[in-house]
Every structure is written in C-alpha cells, then in structure tokens.
Design a protein around this ligand. Structure first.
Ligand code: NAD
Ligand code: USQ
Length: 454
C-alpha cells in the first residue's frame, strides 16, 4: 500500500527549545512554545499530597531505567512493587561481563531503601513472559492503579548476535507484553499499563518530516484522510519487538478497552539520580560493553579511561537522548495522565533532544582529550540521517527536560573513575554484527587491543 504523508497540524515544528534555565546546577531547556495540541495540564505526583497515592507495579524494576524509576515513585509517596526475573543479570553472566558499578542484589537494594527512607518496596522474582498464572495472581492481589512495563530484552546488538538471541528477544518481549495485557483482563483490574517503547519504531526520520507522537495523518488511496499508527520501520530484532508490542496494544485497547500508554523513548544516559545517590547500596547499573552500553554512556566511559571513542561508520546517525532522571519523571507524568477508558493508546515521544553521534563524540572528546576513532560499522544502518522529533506532549504536561551538559558529564565521569578497576577492556569493542557483510567488515577489530588508564 502506498502512503501519502501529510503533516496537518504541525507547521512550526523545528525549534523545540526556546531558552536555557538552570535549576540546581542542571541545564534544562524551556518547554517548546510551538505547541499545537490541546493537552490539559494535570498535577504530577510531586505536586500532590497523600490522597493521590497510587499502587504501582514496576515490571523490570531491577534494570537500568526500572530501578531509579521505582525509587523515584516510592520517594513521591507511591506504593511500589518491583517484578523482575533478573534475566539482565544472568545475561551479564552469560557474556562474562558486569555492570561497571557494583549493583547490589534486589534484597540488599530494597532493605537499604527502607533503611535510608523508611519506605517499603516489595520485590517479586517472576518471569513476565513465562509465569502467566503468577502474574495474574499478583495483579489480582495487588490491585495496582498502574503497571509500568520495562521488562524486556533491550539491547539491539544482543538481539542481533545469534539466532538464539534473536529468538529469545522475540519470545521474551512479545510474550511478555501479550501476557501483561491478558493478565490485566483476567485479573479484572482496571490498571493503566505504561509501556517503555522506543524511538526506533519510527525508523529515525524515514517519513520525511517531524516525527509526530505515535500517530500520523495520511491520505489513503482514493483521497480518504486518516490518522494511523506511524508506519513501523525497525532497524534490529529488538526494535521489531517494540513495533509488535505497539500492534498488540492497539488490538487490546480496541478489543478490551485496556488503558495503555506507550512511551517511545530515546537513548537514556547518565547513571545516578537524586534517589540512587542516597546510599552506595542503591547505585544504578552502568553498562559499558559493546552490546548493552549505549552510545553516550560508552563515550563518557571511554573518555574517562583514555580509550579512543568508538564511533561506528561516519557517526552520522542522529538519535534522541534523555537523561535517566527525566525517564523517571516522564513515567510519573504518564501515570498521572492515563487515557480514559475507550480512548486509543496514548503515545508520547520520550526524548529531551536529538544529536548526531559524531557531534556527541566531539563534545566528549573535547572534554576528555581523547581521540575519536572511526570504526567500521557493525550495524546495518544508514550512514547519515536527519531526525526531527516532536516531544510537545511531555513538555505541555510540565517536563522541563535535562539536556546534554558538561556538569552532568562530570557526574558520569566521577562514577567511571571510581569504578574503572571493574572494567574489562576486552568488552569495549562491538561484539555483535547485523549480518555477514558487517561481520566481515569488522573482522580486523581486535578486542584485546584496547587498553585503559586505570
Ligand atoms: P535493562 O535490561 O537494564 O532492564 C530491563 C529489566 O527487565 C531487567 O532487570 C531484566 O532482568 C528485566 N526483565 C527482562 N525480561 C523479563 C521478564 N521476562 N520477566 C521479568 N523481568 C524481565 O533495560 P533498561 O535500559 O532499564 O530498559 C528498560 C526498558 O526501557 C526496556 O523495555 C527498553 O526497551 C526501554 N528503553 C531503554 C532505553 C535505554 O537507553 N536504556 C531507551 C529506550 C527504551
Ligand atoms: N554507536 C556508535 N558507537 C558506539 C555505540 C553506538 O557509533 O560505541 C552508534 C550506533 O551505531 C547507533 C547509535 O550510536 O547509530 C545508537 O546506538 P545505541 O547502542 O546507543 O542505541 P540503540 O542500539 O538504538 O539502543 C538504545 C537502547 C534501546 C533503546 C534505543 C532508543 O539500548 O533499548 O530502545 O536506544 S533509540 O535509539 O532512540 O531507538
């Protein structure tokens, strides 16, 4: 089918940020003034008192985004239950790698949180993709107002490693999301599902204009106008699972009137948040390896360790970025603004800004005095892309996003310096290749050639 894309409401779109303000030393952009939507401003948990306390289940609450989000929501006075099967920790073991930061066991983490703040977080070890009956039972017992779904295999490189990891990623992610929808229906609990999707569902700017938030105006053959889910254009098996999730959510909303929000998040950077720095035992995970480490955190880690920055290809890919502290704040805003029963899936683009990879590398190189190393690209991706993304919905709801900033780079660098002795330099170069041709082009990369300054 041929689509003719039109961008009906969004004309003045290319200037999402107007001015800079500084709050507590953190650089923030002022919300966009080019607003077109009629979104109503709701209170966030930070503004409310105990009467709006919610019961929230966090699936995947032991992970990089899930742990700080769980602490943040608990800190805001909500009643938080974490569900996680620790598969991410097991993948570390399988890969012979580990978080650069010494993350504690879930048991130690929740005990430390109780000790430091007096607040309880329950931890349940459960496989969302496989232990369906337990999931239904948990939802029946807890009767959550909201369920935040982080529990997926989230690394594009890992998903492209072998046929085993491709199949695992599809089985785990798609079954997990399907199970969650079925479980909410079977438990007969009107819980709002908040799912972490990805900017990668859109294909990074392939539709020829600003990427709208989830839905796009099209003219179908015959001249009929429609507003449909933005065409999916994934660049990895992992990203494909998020496209499949989006279709499942569309179906379950239509068929069962589930209330669902899908957050199309960009690349998350940073380590600690105001909650995770309260105690060493609460420290967040930091992935630096070629499979799970994401680009900005990898560059900051490499800069701190004197490793030439591993830019793939020309570094021409442009991506959306968001700081880990804002991930938690966005989840809170989404929780406080659920769609009404019968409304289609709510979709937000969860990014602060877009940046080109080589520009990000330049920023880090200037600050750390390391060189930029252009490596053959292990990924099947466009050498260059433009990316213009709307994030008006979150800005209209009060998000004042944190942008790339040297002061926050320092925070990551300090963490890296403290734990650099834990780094295995042989894990830094890319270790997963999108296809045979990319693997051949990368054959000269020698993992043992990487040296770090300890
Ligand atoms: P992560 O791997 O650190 O955390 C995911 C957690 O889910 C892990 O603790 C893992 O053990 C758990 N999990 C996975 N499958 C499970 C299952 N079947 N049952 C129970 N628990 C399971 O990943 P993250 O970086 O925290 O990402 C969280 C979510 O946010 C993912 O869905 C990811 O796609 C999305 N996201 C992440 C980023 C990023 O840059 N990190 C960006 C955009 C979107
Ligand atoms: N890249 C480099 N050098 C590196 C690492 C990455 O040049 O050392 C490049 C990649 O080629 C790619 C870009 O940086 O073009 C981003 O790579 P990434 O690993 O930081 O991000 P990605 O694989 O897209 O995945 C991450 C998260 C995923 C999330 C996604 C959001 O792991 O869970 O969904 O970011 S987004 O990118 O917006 O789709």
């Amino acid at each position: 089918m041929r689509f003719f894309l039109i961008f009906a409401t969004i004309a003045a779109s290319a200037a999402p940020t107007a001015a800079f303000t500084t709050i507590s030393g953190i650089a923030r952009t002022a919300p966009s003034s080019t607003t077109t939507s009629s979104v109503v401003l709701h209170a966030t948990a930070a503004d409310i008192n105990g009467t709006d306390k919610k019961k929230i289940i966090i699936l995947g609450g032991d992970g990089f985004c899930g742990w700080p989000t769980s602490l943040y929501l608990s800190d805001q006075g909500h009643d938080v239950v974490i569900v996680d099967n620790l598969s991410r920790r097991n993948i570390d073991t399988e890969m012979g790698c580990d978080s650069l930061t010494p993350i504690q066991s879930p048991d130690v983490r929740v005990k430390a949180w109780k000790e430091v703040t007096g607040k309880e977080i329950k931890f349940v070890n459960l496989n969302v993709a496989k232990e369906y009956d337990l999931l239904v039972q948990l939802i029946k017992e807890e009767k959550p107002d909201s369920i935040v779904h982080f529990a997926e295999q989230r690394a594009a490189p890992y998903s492209m490693k072998t046929s085993k990891t491709k199949r695992y990623t599809v089985d785990n992610n798609v079954s997990g999301s399907n199970n969650l929808c079925c479980a909410v229906i079977d438990a007969e609990v009107d819980a709002h599902i908040v799912h972490l999707g990805t900017m990668g569902v859109y294909g990074y700017g392939t539709s020829g204009g600003e990427i709208p938030e989830g839905y796009i105006d099209v003219i179908l053959p015959g001249g009929r106008e429609a507003n449909i889910l933005h065409p999916a254009y994934p660049g990895s098996v992992y990203h494909a699972t998020k496209c499949l999730d989006a279709l499942l959510f569309q179906f379950y909303q239509k068929n069962d009137q589930l209330r669902i929000t899908d957050l199309h998040q960009g690349i998350v950077w940073g380590t600690n948040t105001p909650q995770t720095i309260k105690d060493e035992r609460l420290i967040n995970r930091f992935d630096y390896d070629g499979d799970y480490g994401t680009v900005l955190n990898r560059f900051l880690m490499q800069g701190a360790m004197g490793v030439p920055l591993t830019v793939y290809g020309t570094g021409g890919q442009t991506r959306g970025f968001i700081h880990i502290t804002d991930t938690a704040r966005c989840i809170e805003i989404a929780i406080n603004n659920p769609p009404k029963t019968g409304e289609r899936v709510e979709i937000f683009n969860q990014i602060a800004e877009t940046r080109r990879v080589r520009d990000v590398a330049k920023l880090v190189a200037e600050q750390t005095n390391v060189e930029v190393n252009l490596l053959p690209n292990p990924r099947q991706e466009a050498a260059e892309n433009e990316l213009d993304v709307s994030n008006r919905k979150f800005c209209n709801l009060g998000l004042n996003p944190i942008t790339l900033d040297a002061a926050l780079f320092d925070e990551v660098t300090e963490v890296v310096n403290k734990y650099k002795h834990r780094c295995d330099p042989t894990k830094i170069l890319p270790a997963s290749f999108w296809n045979k041709k990319r693997a051949e082009e990368c054959a000269s990369l020698d993992p043992s050639s990487v040296k770090i300054n300890v």
